[in-house]
Ligand binder design. Structure first.
Ligand SMILES: Nc1ncnc2c1ncn2[C@@H]1O[C@H](COP(=O)(O)OP(=O)(O)OP(=O)(O)O)[C@@H](O)[C@H]1O
Ligand SMILES: [Mg+2]
Length: 206
């Protein structure tokens, strides 16, 4: 696709216009994302992924990602709600990698939620375990997606490559969460799709 269009511009078949260059840049970005995701996934699956762990609170991470995704949600007329535990929830993990997981899950939720819908991020703690649920008000996971969405390259049939998906997001998310010793599960609730992530928290010293 990228090569074909570049050849078109070179041969004068496609106009070397600003819109054409925007398209070419979009394709180059997709390729870069695909390569980065594949690289990370193979490292994670080989147990070679080095996490840069540090202590931080989950609320800080959620506020950051909530802020980053707010404009996109508002642009789609989707309400993005953060429902966070009151007490700081401390974790030891790689904030950049966990941000990446949440970014993929939120990106998926935004893609599947119709205008005027809602996405809710809920954080709670059960004994020492942090439970994070990202629920949307879209159509939910299809039965096929429920059983296959963690497979690499699985993506819904209507999600073409042009729309940006390579179907690696959830496979990568699972590897990254498992590298943290956590779990990630998919299910449907009455309003739509929900992704649940569980991670151990840092024990408060008594
Ligand atoms: N919130 C959701 N509601 C309904 N279906 C979903 C949702 N999130 C994911 N899915 C389904 O799971 C598939 C796999 O998701 P995944 O994030 O792995 O890939 P992708 O989003 O299609 O591509 P990529 O993440 O690589 O850009 C999606 O194509 C879609 O069919
Ligand atoms: Mg995705």
């Amino acid at each position: 696709m990228l090569r074909g269009r570049l050849e078109g511009v070179r041969d004068g078949v496609l106009a070397a216009s600003l819109t054409e260059f925007e398209k070419l840049l979009g394709h180059a970005d997709l390729l870069t994302k695909l390569i980065e995701d594949l690289q990370l996934l193979s490292l994670a699956e080989a147990g070679e992924l080095r996490l840069e762990r540090r202590d931080f609170t989950m609320q800080d991470l959620l506020k950051r990602i909530g802020g980053d995704f707010m404009a996109k949600a508002e642009g789609q007329h989707i309400g993005l709600h953060l429902d966070m535990a009151l007490e700081p929830v401390r974790v030891n993990g790689d904030p950049q990698r966990l941000y990446q997981v949440l970014g993929n899950v939120l990106g998926n939720a935004l893609r599947h939620t119709p205008p005027h819908g809602n996405i809710r991020i809920q954080l709670r703690v059960d004994t020492q375990t942090l439970i994070l649920e990202i629920g949307d008000s879209g159509p939910g996971f299809t039965p096929e997606a429920l059983s296959k969405a963690f497979e690499r390259f699985y993506r819904s049939p209507n999600r073409g490559r042009q729309s940006g998906g390579s179907g690696l997001g959830l496979a990568l998310s699972r590897s990254l969460i498992e590298a943290h010793g956590g779990r990630i599960e998919l299910f449907n609730n009455p309003s739509g799709a929900c992704v649940r992530i569980t991670l151990e928290t840092i024990l408060e010293e008594l």
